[in-house]
Design a protein around this ligand. Sequence first.
Ligand code: IVH
Length: 664
Amino acid sequence: MDQAEAKKRIEKLSAQINELRYRYHVLDDPGITDQIYDSLTRELVGLEAKYPQFRLPNSPTQRVAGAALDKFEKIRHEARMLSLTDAFSKEEMIDWEERINKLLPGIRLDYFCELKFDGLAVSLRYKRGNFDVAATRGDGETGENVTGNVRTIQSVPLYLPEKKDIEVRGEAIMTKEVWEFLNKQQEKEEKPLYANTRNAAAGSIRQLDPKITASRKLQYYAYDLITDLGQKTHEEIHRKLKDFGFRISTYEKHAKNLNEVFEFYNQVEKMRDKLPFGIDGIVVSVNDLAFLKRLGVVGKAPRGMIAFKFAPEQATTVVEGIMVNVGRSGKLTPVAMLRPVFVGGTTVSRATLHNEDEIRRLDVRIGDTVVIQRAGDVIPDVVQVLPKMRMGKEKKFFMPKACPVCKETVVSRFIGSKKEKSVDYYCPNPSCPTKNLRYMEYFVSAFNIYTIGPKILQRFKEEGLISDVVDLFYLKKEDIQSLERFGEKSAENIVTSIQARKQVTLPKFIYALGITHVGEETAFDLAQRLGSIEKLMDATPEEINAIPNIGSVVSESIVAYFSDRKNRSFVERLIKAGIQIETIKVRKTPLTGKSIVVTGTLESMSREEAKEAVRQAGGDWVSSVSKNTDYVVVGENPGSKYEKAQKLGIKIINEKEFLKLIGE
Ligand code: IVH
């Protein structure tokens, strides 16, 4: 980026952040996620540090978020309501410690850790022990008087055990349960939904009718005492607050060093989903208040405190290019090449754009600033474009007319219903090298051959050891060993693991062929009904169509696959290479026709095996719990599915009972 571009980007970022800030903090707009906002702000902070000459005088980095609404009386805070600096990694925490160590040389600091509640900061003033005034943060100097609303929160004490003048800071929050209930109600009344518990909490406090606040069943967690009552540590503040009758989280820890802070962080992250309310990280404070004071304030945040946040699931970045991937069926998928960005716990540099229709729907152009999302382990997605960030040099993207690998002219296929028709492009060349490689990757994973990943497959292909997956079964130790960087041991491992997978069940074999529209479930249904690969190869569309759960699109795709001579010979060559296909017998058991979910680890079998066992017992293996689930099997360390099952009142069984059900 050159100087002129940096200047322009700083201006764009400032304007966009300001608009988001207004909508988020002033209008309580639930459609904005603060992660987008944070992400843009981080970029701006970075750019301003590099080019301070371009920082705007009223840059959004220079003030605390949110102005007081006109509809509430304004209140000046006696002590400024500060904010916190964010850290997203251990490295950033270590940097923070180094910074404060430099300012307090030779002093060993210990820390106090607590939850970072995802709600609305509220300051409470007590006069001679009586609840007097409650205020929101506003711009940090002046907030809104929300006394009437906060008075309805049951966890806010109306009088204290001692007749003292004090000021307490804490967070008004809404539990996930109340939030879900509230959104159901909003939906019924066709009112806008609240994006998260924090928005819902903010919206419930920043409205004029205390009756509404009361109906929202908010809670208040106190975390700071502003008034000096002789407290020496942050830990002591929590003790005092508790004695005054405030609600304090039970999850807190006095940490002797950063390692203990990290332990607490890990523990909290693990049980985060089980908490009844939302948190977005932990708050770490220098425990000794005298040191905390000496460390002072930088900008809007105390230097001796930091928010150690969980990885955000959304972030903004720039699309630097769009590449086209060729899949195993020849399908062309556009992929956004991103300026690397940290999201969902990892650095992401590419995200799928699915197909051309998705590109048009989002109106993504090369050079655009976009919002990407990565939740859990799913593939990152571009969810939104920020068109206001455009500089005018963005380029529209069109799918290529030729396969980017083999240059064969692409063909198009319509998918979806009449109403929601979309088009996919395919490389029709049966010997397109990338297409073949992708299919091989799919095949080895379907066959559970774990020792060979994409890199090894590519290498074997380049070295001429294999030209398709059939060759894998003829590989010898010596072939592999002669390659550079492969030792005798690894060569042997690979060969043994391939040979060990020569026996497969019929459903697995069908699935591994990679026929369009034939996933694991369909493969199982086909295997169960038809009984052998030969029957499947010769089945008519009508015969396949007659199988429950299978429609005409699928049956046509299967018939088309086997009408290709090359595919028939592929199956024959696999069998000749020694693949033994076991037919499956579906037994009649108490599980027949029942749907079953397994959560946690089972002692006696892997997930794969459990899935197979359930299907062979006539059961339906499903991955998520709903009211239609019949059984939930709970193994070691169950996940949130366990709780969901309990809530829905679904029959919960242990591993022993499960084995009995499947007749083992
Ligand atoms: S201490 C100097 N402790 O996070 C600021 N804040 O990003 C004092 N928050 O405005 C804040 N949980 O709304 C503190 N345990 C906690 C918190 C917490 C949530 C919020 C609070 C604050 C914001 C700062």
